[in-house]
Design a protein around this ligand. Structure first.
Ligand code: COS
Length: 383
């Protein structure tokens, strides 16, 4: 544990109150405006949410993975767009620097990311390189002490608000696949860098994703994370190992929220003269959702403990991401069924959450990629 038990308990209570009292009442507004209100972003800054996982020596809270997933579960109690505001600073945008950055990179960037003064975004995916991340085409050509970057990145979360990108580009054109890739820290204000129009998405309104276009962007060689070219793919994979656990935890949080909504609604909604919760076919759906959600919670907590103990958790984090994201999809589907017509209209949160959770099975590695990662690790471990 990074924090003592009492301090961590206070943090969890604070997050829970913030979610229930400040964020849940604003869910419909965020959905309609496709924007998280600026005053909420400011409150998140004051609460220290941008620095949850950044080490204390750089101004963050330095949460362990066990603690991080507990906070992520609480954050899952509301629309995922709120978490995304700082999600990239806590996770995929900052972790590359934390895990593999040089001392100078850590000292310069992490304190600003911890306070939310800078927003970091993670730029791996491209129009033609999604699941096959190792095939990315964005090129970084050496020119004196700099690299000239050309290419485009797609579906980049928080691109419109980002100040820096941890961006993967190919520094070695002669080495195809993962080995020729380096991770750069690219400043938003680099001449030649532009952001596309935000994507119109099925769900998770309020979270902005967009293309990042790089045209002859001059980036100093010292901005390569860790200072050594050719390590960027591995950095990205390590970042995703932790990120996938975090997403699994958010899925558990959203599932717990959906289950609470289902229990309440089915206890109040009457048909055939009694609350529908008294019908066994409804109870079966509630029970399946509860059992699966509990299983996912246990997986998340176990994998987090292993990660904190320094174990290799490539297999576990892929299992968590796959199971928890599929689980919350089933829970959301049952929730629509339990709510019936009320689950299909925007007046209740179910319809929105049903669309929101669909993304969990896709980003930070699709279910099919998790299956590949799990099976490969099984083979390795059997050798
Ligand atoms: N941690 C550290 N190193 C890792 C790693 C991990 N989790 N996973 C792979 N590596 C290393 C490998 O050990 C290998 O190193 P060597 O070249 O020294 O042997 C190198 O990285 C390449 O790995 P691999 O051969 O497995 O690469 P592949 O091209 O076969 O791709 C998958 C592997 C498919 C798993 C990868 O491309 C992937 O995760 N894709 C999904 C990307 C993703 O999640 N996108 C979502 C967008 S980000 S929101």
């Amino acid at each position: 544990m990074a924090l003592d038990e009492e301090t961590f308990g206070i943090l969890l209570d604070t997050v829970e109150r913030f979610v229930n009292e400040r964020l849940v009442p604003l869910e419909s507004k965020v959905e309609e405006d496709d924007e998280v209100p600026a005053e909420i972003v400011e409150e998140m800054r004051e609460l220290g949410m941008f620095g949850l996982t950044i080490p204390e020596e750089f101004g963050g809270l330095g949460l362990s993975v066990v603690e991080e997933v507990q906070v992520a579960i609480k954050l899952g109690g509301t629309t995922p767009a709120f978490r995304s505001v700082f999600g990239t600073n806590v996770g995929i945008g900052s972790q590359g620097i934390i895990i593999d950055g040089t001392d100078a990179q850590k000292e310069y960037y992490l304190p600003k990311l911890a306070t939310g003064e800078l927003i970091a975004s993670f730029a791996l995916t491209e129009p033609e390189a999604g699941s096959d991340a190792g095939s990315l085409k964005t090129s970084a050509k050496k020119d004196g002490d700099d690299y000239i970057i050309n290419g485009s990145k797609r579906f980049i979360t928080n691109a419109p608000s980002a100040d820096i990108f941890t961006l993967m580009a190919r520094t070695d054109p002669d080495t195809p696949g993962a080995r020729g890739i380096s991770a750069f820290i690219v400043d938003r204000n680099t001449p030649g860098l532009s952001i596309g129009v935000p994507d119109k998405k099925m769900g998770q309104h309020g979270t902005k994703t967009a293309d990042v276009i790089l045209e002859d962007c001059r980036v100093p060689a010292e901005n390569i994370i860790g200072g050594v070219p050719g390590q960027g793919f591995k950095t990205a994979m390590k970042v995703l190992d932790r990120g996938r656990m975090h997403i699994g935890a958010v899925c558990v949080g959203v599932a717990e929220r959906l289950i609470r909504e289902c229990v309440q609604y089915s206890s109040e909604r009457k048909q055939f003269g009694k609350p529908i919760a008294e019908f066994q076919l409804i109870q079966a759906m509630l029970a399946d959702s509860q059992a699966e959600c509990y299983a996912a919670r246990c997986m998340v907590e176990d994998a987090a403990e292993k990660k904190d103990a320094g174990e290799n958790v490539v297999l576990e984090s892929a299992c968590v991401k796959m199971y928890a994201s599929e689980m919350v999809g089933r829970v959301a589907d049952r929730a629509v069924q339990i709510f019936g017509g009320a689950g299909y209209v925007a007046e209740y949160p179910i319809e929105r959450l049903y669309r929101d959770v669909r993304l969990f099975r896709i980003y930070e590695g699709t279910t099919q990629i998790q299956q590949i990662v799990i099976a490969r690790e099984m083979m390795k471990q059997a050798q």
